[in-house]
Design a protein around this ligand. Structure first.
Ligand code: NAD
Ligand code: TDX
Length: 361
């Protein structure tokens, strides 16, 4: 049994899918997951509906800031590992309302660490040695690069620029401190921008796909020349699995796709893919919907990851290129209208009362 915080979100939800598919592919026994999730606006149980229905996933609807709920979940399910994805994750929201980010990303991570420390401390020796706390973090903690700076490595100094990245940096430091001070067996991964299925349409790629199909403007911030390193979400999930299995305790691993792309090029790639797969009825090109808008305050210019360490020490490499990953992603959004409708209508938000009725783990 493993416990996944934030397992109803974008990456956590993909991780639940990946966990079972990978174990089957490798001939490993099925191992249940407990998804511990507050189900904020970003948590959508429809993403993991199949795993919940089959009993592979148990959903605990609770907040990582709730110490009793965390303690109960650990005591009830006795996981051999805790994978910590839960966070407030959207930079723009952190600019307009940083409080939730400090609460969940810092106070929540602290609360989780405290309870995990007590749980781990009381384990039998063999279980204690095998236990892992895997912290999922971001490359944004390193700040912003110029066009000529070398990519972020694990020794790059932290220089977070947004309330989101500052709160994630704070959580990374707490995780590190719990290893050095208490010996908690932690692993941390700092990953670049993910994209793929089940991505909430406030983030660049799903927003552009859905706005394009709706005939709405495609809002590009500033000059559109900011650079992100894009990684297909399942490649990230595989990296987490491999670091969990082979990572050295207390170490950090940077995960990236070696796919640095300017925002405007991401948007035009999506437009051209849609021109090919779902041409506009009026014959116009989707690019005609691109609209430059006021820049994000403090907008980081460039992120880039040097993945040498994870490639050398863990043997992980991404399977998808941006071309294959974006093709798969655009097709997924064209085909999965039911999931998209749950997001657009907000229907998933009363999922607990409709489907769950107190049968929480
Ligand atoms: P997301 O916003 O899609 O999902 C977050 C999940 O956490 C949701 O299910 C939400 O309900 C849950 N959650 C939020 N607050 C909670 C709380 N207080 N208690 C319990 N659950 C709570 O985020 P994501 O994009 O899937 O990101 C997952 C993790 O990966 C985050 O830690 C993020 O910082 C990190 N990360 C994301 C990216 C990316 O490109 N999306 C890249 C690198 C790292
Ligand atoms: O409408 C938009 N127009 C636009 O130009 C949006 C939503 C974004 N952008 C730009 C801002 C960024 O330069 O696109 C780039 C990507 O933006 P987001 O999708 O909001 O991602 P980003 O801010 O880079 O952060 C993401 O990657 C790192 C995740 O949201 C974080 O959780 C993760 O840590």
């Amino acid at each position: 049994m493993i416990l996944i915080t934030g397992g109803a979100g974008f990456i956590g939800g993909n991780f639940v899918h990946h966990w079972f598919e990978r174990r089957e592919r490798l001939g490993l026994p099925r191992e249940q997951v407990v998804v511990f999730d507050k189900l904020t606006y970003a948590g959508n149980p429809a993403t993991i509906q199949a795993q919940i229905a089959s009993g592979d996933a148990i959903l605990v609807h609770a907040d990582i800031c709730d110490r009793d709920a965390v303690r109960n979940a650990l005591a009830t399910h006795k996981p051999r590992a805790v994978l910590h994805f839960a966070a407030e994750s959207h930079v723009d929201r952190s600019i307009h309302g940083p409080g939730e980010f400090i609460q969940t990303n810092m106070v929540g991570t602290f609360t989780l660490l405290e309870e995990v420390r007590a749980y781990w401390g009381a384990m039998e020796t063999a279980d204690k040695a095998a236990f892992r706390f895997h912290h999922v973090s971001t490359d944004e903690v390193y700040g912003s690069l110029s066009d000529t700076d070398p990519a972020f490595s694990e020794t790059t100094a932290y220089q977070p620029n947004s309330p989101y990245s500052a709160s994630k940096a704070g959580s990374d430091h707490l995780v590190r401190a719990y290893h050095h001070t208490y010996g908690l067996p932690v692993l941390t991964t700092n990953c670049s921008n993910n994209y793929g299925p089940y991505h909430f349409p406030e983030k660049l790629i799903p927003l552009m796909i859905l706005n394009a199909l709706d005939g709405k403007p495609l809002p590009v911030y500033g000059d559109g020349l900011n650079i992100r390193d894009w990684l297909y979400v399942r490649d990230h999930c595989e990296a987490i699995c491999q670091v969990l299995e082979k990572g050295t305790l207390g170490e950090t691993y940077n995960i990236g796709g070696i796919n640095e792309i300017k925002n405007i090029d991401v948007v035009t790639t999506i437009c051209r893919k849609l021109d090919e797969l779902r041409p506009r009825a009026d014959g116009a090109k989707y690019e005609s919907q691109i609209t430059y808008v006021t820049d994000r305050p403090g907008h980081d210019r460039r992120y880039a990851i040097d993945p040498t360490k994870v490639q050398r020490d863990i043997g992980w490499r991404p399977a998808q290129t941006f071309e294959t990953g974006i093709d798969h992603t655009v097709r997924w959004y064209l085909e999965n209208t039911e999931w998209i409708d749950t997001v657009r209508s907000g229907a998933y938000r009363d999922w607990i009362s409709r489907n769950y009725e107190g049968r929480q783990g």
